[in-house]
Design a protein around this ligand. Structure first.
Ligand code: NAP
Ligand code: MG
Length: 398
C-alpha cells in the first residue's frame, strides 16, 4: 500500500469482529497502512466527539475510509457509558462533512433467494440524505384561517402563495431543499454508477410537484451531461421516471441497477429492498462524496444483543460479511486510486473466499433459515472467519 486507509473503529460486537477480521483476513495478507481513529463511544466522549470530525477530515484528505458500526447514544447509553453529552450520530456528522450520498447494496448468494422472484442481481438504493420532510416545519391549525407560503428574497423580492384557506382545524407543513445538495446527490450517483458499471434510475413525482420535484429532475439532467460520454462508453444508462412507474418496473426487473431516491422515498424503499433481499447482516453501505471520496461500512448496527451475550462469556454467531465487504471494498478502491492491481485483486479474492464459504453451506446462525437447496452448517463467528481464511489462502496460493 502507498496511501493509508482511514480506519474508523467502533463499538460492541462489531468492534470485536473488527479486530478478528483484521487479524484473520487482512494483516496476514496485506502490508496494511491505516490512519486509525477510534470512534468507539468512550473515545468520542473523551474527545468531545472531535475524533469523529478528525476522521471525516482525514477521509477528505486521503479519499478512502473503512468504518466499523458505532453507537448513536440515547438516554439509556448516557447512563450505560456515563457520557457527558448525548453525542450526535457519527454517520450523520461524517455525512455532513463529506456532503455525501449513501449507497446500500445487498450481498447476494445463490442459496438465498430474494422474495421477488425476478430479481437476479442486487439493487442498490441511493438515498438523498438532506431536506424534504426530514427538515420540515409544521403547524397544527386549530381554527379557521389562511395558510401562506412566503419567500422574502435578500434583494427585496417577495413571493407569496396561499397554501389553503382553512374552514376549520387542520395541519400544514413547509419543507425545502437546496440546489447545492441536489447537485451533490446527482454527482455522487453518477460517479457510483461509473464505478460499478450500473445504470441509474431516478424517480420523483414531478407530474404533481411541478416546481419542487421538477427541480430535482432538471438538476439531474444538467449534471448528467458531464457523465454522458462515460455512460455511453460503458454501455450503461441514466433514466428518469415517475416514482410509481419505478416501483412497478423494479418489481418486474432482474435487478443490477442503482435506484436513486429522494429522502423519504429512499428511507422507505431501502427497507423494502433490503428485507426482500433477505438479511440486514448481508447489506453493505458506502458513502460517496460529490468529489469522489469513499467511506465503506456495514449497513447494520453494533449488534448489541450479541455483544451482551459475548460479555457473559456465551458463544455468538454474528455475521461478519457486511464488515468484511466494507474492508474489501475500501482496499479495492484504495488499490484502484493508487494503481495497485495486487491490492484490487486481494479485495476481489477476499470477497470470493467469502462466497466459497457460504456456497459450501458454512454460515452464521442468522442465515441458516434463509438458505435453500444446500445443507447449511451454522458455525460461530470465529469458525466462520477461519473457514473464509482457508478459502482465501487456497485462492491466493493459485
Ligand atoms: P443492529 O445492531 O443492526 O441489530 C439489530 C438486530 O439485527 C440484531 O439484534 C440481530 O438480530 C440482527 N443483526 C444485525 N446485524 C447482524 C449481524 N451482523 N449478524 C447477525 N445478526 C445481525 O441494530 P440495533 O440493535 O437497532 O442497534 C444497535 C446499535 O447500533 C445502536 O446503538 C445503534 O445506534 C447502532 N447503529 C449503528 C449503525 C452504524 O454505525 N452504521 C447503524 C444502525 C445502528 P438478533 O438479535 O435477532 O440476532
Ligand atoms: Mg427507514
Amino acid at each position: 500500500m502507498t496511501t493509508p486507509l482511514v480506519e474508523m473503529d467502533g463499538d460492541e460486537m462489531t468492534r470485536i469482529l473488527w479486530k478478528m477480521i483484521k487479524d484473520e483476513l487482512i494483516l496476514p495478507f496485506v502490508d496494511l497502512k491505516t490512519e486509525y481513529y477510534d470512534l468507539g463511544l468512550p473515545e468520542r466522549d473523551k474527545t468531545d466527539d472531535k475524533i469523529t470530525i478528525e476522521a471525516a477530515e482525514a477521509t477528505k484528505k486521503y479519499g478512502v475510509a473503512v468504518k466499523c458500526a458505532t453507537i448513536t447514544p440515547n438516554a439509556q447509553r448516557m447512563t450505560e457509558y456515563n457520557l457527558h453529552s448525548m453525542w450526535k450520530s457519527p454517520n450523520g456528522t461524517i455525512r455532513s462533512i463529506l456532503d455525501g450520498t449513501v449507497f446500500r447494496t445487498p450481498i447476494t448468494i445463490p442459496s438465498i433467494k430474494p422474495a421477488v422472484r425476478s430479481w437476479k442481481r442486487p439493487i442498490t438504493i441511493a438515498r438523498h440524505a438532506y431536506g424534504d420532510v426530514y427538515k420540515s416545519v409544521e403547524i397544527r391549525a386549530e381554527e379557521e384561517g389562511v395558510a401562506k407560503l412566503v419567500f422574502e428574497g435578500k434583494s427585496g423580492k417577495k413571493e407569496e402563495v396561499v397554501v389553503h384557506e382553512f374552514k376549520g382545524p387542520g395541519v400544514l407543513q413547509g419543507m425545502h431543499n437546496v440546489d447545492k445538495s441536489i447537485r451533490s446527490f446527482a454527482h455522487s450517483c453518477f460517479k457510483f454508477a461509473i464505478d460499478n458499471k450500473e445504470s441509474v434510475w431516478f424517480s420523483t413525482k414531478d407530474t404533481i410537484s411541478k416546481k419542487y420535484d421538477a427541480r430535482f429532475r432538471e438538476i439531474f439532467d444538467e449534471v448528467f451531461e458531464e457523465y454522458k460520454s462515460d455512460f455511453e462508453r460503458l454501455g450503461i444508462e441514466y433514466f428518469y421516471t415517475l416514482i410509481d412507474d419505478a416501483v412497478a418496473r423494479v418489481m418486474r426487473s432482474e435487478g443490477g441497477f442503482i435506484w436513486a431516491c429522494k429522502n423519504y422515498d429512499g428511507d422507505v424503499m431501502s427497507d423494502m429492498v433490503s428485507t426482500a433481499f433477505g438479511s440486514l447482516a448481508m447489506m453493505t453501505s458506502v458513502l460517496v462524496s460529490p468529489d469522489g471520496k469513499y467511506e465503506y461500512e456495514a449497513a447494520h448496527g453494533t449488534v448489541t444483543r450479541h455483544y451482551y451475550k459475548h460479555l457473559k462469556g456465551e458463544e455468538t454467531s454474528t455475521n461478519p460479511m457486511a464488515t468484511i465487504f466494507a474492508w474489501s471494498g475500501a482496499l479495492s478502491k484504495r488499490g484502484e486510486m493508487d494503481n495497485l492491481p495486487e491490492l484490487v485483486n486481494f479485495g476481489c479474492q477476499l470477497e470470493d473466499a467469502c462466497f466459497d464459504t457460504l456456497n459450501a453451506g458454512i454460515c452464521t446462525k442468522d442465515l441458516v433459515n434463509l438458505m435453500e437447496g444446500i445443507e447449511p452448517k451454522a458455525v460461530n463467528s470465529e469458525q466462520f472467519l477461519k473457514a473464509i481464511r482457508e478459502n482465501l489462502e487456497r485462492r491466493l496460493a493459485k
